[in-house]
Design a protein. Structure first.
Length: 247
């Protein structure tokens, strides 16, 4: 038996960044591993410069997610004023400091993708030697030290995470047990929410890392969302498996 941490993510808006080139800032239909690890880091109060702690999160847990409602794609035309050069600027602690010199500004135009009305059930597997126990993660997800958001700071959570530690053979079994352990009120609310989001009783999409289950995937794709350095914004590759099935 393995130990899993299962929790839910719901928000009116979410943004799960993919590889961005030029003016396009796309979003995948489901959370990247780096986004979930960032959520855990914020809950634990880990700062961006603490590379060893971020690395321990990346090494400590396997990842899987069930897409209960993929939501709808929203595309925002985004304009931002930034300094052409920061070499002459000092002490850039606030946005006001950055834009103080009006003669040094130019405008960046981009399109940014969001997902509207999404619902996910996330499953993390504890690897040997992990730095933080699943109980510690669950405790901090309930009482985070830093604000939690769904990919971007403009995308706050709209539903309690309800984290729970579960022992199971595979992540699918952990998800099934998590659903079964919900209270009657929670089940009714989630059922109403799924119907409101257009999911109903339809099949769900499952994404997972190698080692999370023995199920055969429909296909496997490489994802570049494994954090290497938060300070330098560097990410490594991993394989992500996919299949479709009942919730």
């Amino acid at each position: 038996m393995r130990r899993f941490l299962v929790f839910r993510l719901y928000g009116t808006m979410a943004a799960w960044g993919d590889i961005a080139v030029g003016e396009q800032r796309p979003s995948t239909p489901h959370p990247s591993k780096s986004a979930i690890l960032g959520l855990l880091a914020a809950a634990l109060g880990i700062r961006r410069h603490e590379d060893d702690k971020h690395q321990s999160l990346a090494d400590g847990y396997g990842y899987a997610v069930r897409v209960d409602a993929a939501g709808v794609l929203l595309r925002d035309y985004h304009t931002t004023q930034v300094p052409e050069s920061t070499s002459r600027l000092r002490h850039l602690r606030t946005r006001r400091d950055e834009t103080r010199d009006r003669s040094n500004l130019y405008t960046v135009l981009s399109t940014r993708d969001y997902r509207g009305d999404t619902l996910y059930t996330v499953c993390l597997a504890e690897n040997p030697g992990s730095r933080y126990s699943l109980e510690t993660l669950a405790e901090h997800l309930n009482r985070p030290r830093l604000p939690l958001y769904l990919g971007r700071k403009s995308c706050p959570l709209a539903f309690p995470l309800s984290p729970r530690c579960i022992s199971a053979q595979t992540f699918e079994e952990a998800l099934t047990r998590y659903d079964a352990e919900q209270t009657e009120a929670q089940r009714k609310y989630l059922e109403t929410l799924r119907h409101a989001l257009g999911a109903g009783n339809s099949e769900c999409d499952f994404y997972w890392e190698t080692g999370m289950t023995d199920s055969k995937p429909l296909h496997t794709v490489p994802r570049q969302d494994l954090p290497l350095s938060r300070r330098r914004w560097q990410f490594g590759k991993r394989n992500e498996h996919y299949r479709r099935g009942g919730a």
